[in-house]
Design a protein around this ligand. Structure first.
Ligand SMILES: *Cc1c(COP(=O)(O)O)cnc(C)c1O
Ligand SMILES: [Zn+2]
Length: 418
């Protein structure tokens, strides 16, 4: 009920492992025959499976398996990913200037980023076809996710990454799962270019150019709708790096509406960091994307030549959404505000709230809008960044207190919390 096609010229690839169209070079994408599904059945299946004890039923990805490319049950490699919370965000809402805001926290996944939802499908498929080695270029989270799922599947994992430029916590996590970490000169874009040149027939390339990744990640849209009783919010705001996730969420919402699971789709707002914003610029100029040399402290989105920009543009356009960029200072402040909601995320994730604040300020998002910000990674993914922020003079910095008399300190605290 789903077929692999070129996302641009519609050609059908000759092999199931290709990552690009042999005719035109563009990325491949699965096309779901949405008219073959009954919304009540999809919804009822998901509801029953949520209460099941079978691992693939409990996964927020695999409980929607009929909407995914078929994978043999014995090849499915799951860590119960995808079943993430939607958390009310009162401080974030006040900060952005909207009445209603919630965080879809994709950092609450087995390896603490949304990459797991895609990785479970990509690695399961690779396992089914007998691949022995998985490879990715990474800014950190893809590496950790691939390493964990490859370990579960009994496959070797090889990460190609500019290791000095990514969070030490992510590198350590990846080493823990037993991956081979190959440090390379240059940046993520150079590493991805090298990986895309590999032969996918012998090596499973699991970056988001792999269409199986996108299929897994689209289920975040289904989980979000499920958590809201199948009623879409007005806006979904998310960070954009390589733009696989924006493509995936857009696809998920579109398919959900086509099947009849929801009556409407949300507008998508994709937020980039100002130093890594080729997509935001292309959007503003209504022009083709011109790659840049990326620079931002939000290392998960330090990407200058996003592979999935055309897919993402199509999804943002179809949703009636927008694309913008925010400064590193705005990201840092928004991240601290998210922390005050008791949630916490890594820097790239906070581009969502920083972007929403901008969109409310310029009138693009109404104050009474119903908004969901997607948090893509967990706060513990980059504690060095958080520590630096709180030791700084930034507006929401929370410095460690030293040299006080405890009794007096608590007394003063009681007065201010009377
Ligand atoms: C990968 C990642 C992103 C960027 O997602 P793309 O699909 O590359 O646009 C954003 N935030 C975090 C935490 C990530 O790991
Ligand atoms: Zn093509």
């Amino acid at each position: 009920m789903t077929t692999l096609r070129c996302s641009s010229c519609d050609a059908v690839p000759a092999t199931g492992d290709a990552l690009a169209c042999a005719q035109c070079g563009e990325l491949l994408a699965f096309v779901l025959q949405t008219d073959r599904f009954d919304a009540h059945e999809v919804e009822a299946n998901a509801r029953v499976r949520r209460a099941s004890l079978e691992p693939r039923d409990r996964s927020g990805v695999w409980r929607f398996r009929e909407l995914l490319p078929p994978v043999a049950p014995e090849a499915i490699t799951t860590l119960r990913e995808g079943d993430v919370p939607l958390i009310d965000a009162p401080r974030g809402a006040a900060y952005a200037g909207v009445d209603g805001l919630a965080y879809l926290h994709l950092g609450v996944n087995p390896t603490a980023s949304f990459k797991d939802a895609g990785m479970t499908v990509a690695i399961s498929h690779a396992r089914e076809r007998g691949a022995r080695v998985a490879v990715c270029a990474s800014t950190g989270n893809t590496a950790a996710s691939m390493a964990a799922y490859a370990a579960r599947a009994g496959m070797a994992a090889v990460v190609i990454a500019p290791v000095e430029a990514i969070s030490a916590a992510k590198v350590a996590q990846t080493l823990d799962y037993g991956a081979h970490v190959v440090g390379v000169a240059g940046d993520f874009d150079d590493a991805l270019r090298a990986v895309r040149a590999l032969d996918p027939a012998t090596i499973a390339v699991v970056n988001s150019v792999n269409p199986y990744r996108i299929e897994g990640q689209k289920t975040a849209a289904l989980v979000l709708l499920e958590l809201r009783g199948w009623i879409a919010p007005d806006w979904v705001v998310l960070p954009g790096g390589n733009l696989g996730n924006a493509s995936a969420l857009g696809k998920g919402f579109r398919e959900a509406r086509a099947i009849g699971l929801t009556l409407r789709t949300p507008r998508l707002a994709v937020v980039q960091a100002a130093g890594a914003a080729p997509f935001a610029r292309a959007w503003r100029n209504d022009a083709e994307l011109v790659p840049v040399r990326a620079e931002t402290d939000a290392t998960a989105i330090r990407i200058g030549a996003p592979a999935s920009w055309k897919k993402a543009r199509a999804e943002v356009r179809a949703s009636g959404g927008t694309v913008l960029d925010v400064s590193d200072a705005e990201i840092a402040e928004a991240r601290a505000v998210i922390g005050r909601d008791g949630v916490g995320c890594e820097p790239a994730s906070a581009a969502s709230l920083a972007g929403l604040r901008r969109l409310v300020a310029d009138g693009s998002v109404a104050r009474d809008a119903d908004v969901v910000c997607v948090l893509t990674g967990h706060v513990l993914k980059d504690t060095a960044y958080a520590a630096r922020y709180h030791a700084s003079a930034a507006s929401h910095a929370n410095a460690i207190v030293r040299g006080v008399e405890l009794g007096e300190y608590l007394e003063a605290l009681l007065l201010t919390h009377a």
